[in-house]
Design a protein around this ligand. Structure first.
Ligand SMILES: [Cu+2]
Length: 152
């Protein structure tokens, strides 16, 4: 069993090395056909990727961020996004009862139980630094707070 495996690996290695030599031994002839060959495939895939690019530009790319809450902290102390960016925050509550709030962007999840999660979406339409926090009890004072930076 083992001998067969080793023999197999040696054959694979030999084929790879032989292949590498073949590519190296035909240097200038390789260039001409590869450039003519690249054009038709670029046209075929080009129509697809071009459409996808247009679609995502029109819908706007959403930046997805996962934040985990536990007593008494968020795993992310800072979040940085660009102005105008659509932001989706998936707030996962690991332990205790917590929510996720950003006053300036009207972001507020339900107060979640342990193991629950909720996604909130907003557009970061103003630049600056903002605080996100947990509004349950005195959690914010105990450290459940972070800084959202929206870059110009
Ligand atoms: Cu909390």
């Amino acid at each position: 069993m083992n001998k067969n495996l080793i023999l197999g690996l040696i054959i694979v290695a030999a084929v790879v090395i032989a292949g590498a030599f073949l590519i190296k031994s035909s240097p200038s002839t390789q260039n001409a056909p590869s450039s003519t060959q690249a054009e038709p495939t670029a046209v075929i895939t080009g129509s697809v990727t071009e459409k996808e690019a247009t679609d995502s530009a029109m819908s706007g790319e959403v930046k997805e961020i996962t934040v985990v809450g536990s007593p008494f902290k968020f795993d992310l102390k800072t979040i940085t996004v660009k102005k105008g960016q659509k932001v989706k925050i998936l707030f996962k509550n690991a332990q205790g009862n917590h929510d996720f709030v950003i006053d300036e962007f009207d972001v507020k999840t339900q107060v979640l139980n342990a193991g629950e999660e909720e996604a909130v979406e907003f557009t970061a339409d103003q630049a600056g630094t903002f605080k996100y926090y947990c509004s349950v009890g005195n959690h914010r004072a105990m450290g459940m707070e972070g800084t959202l930076t929206v870059e110009e």
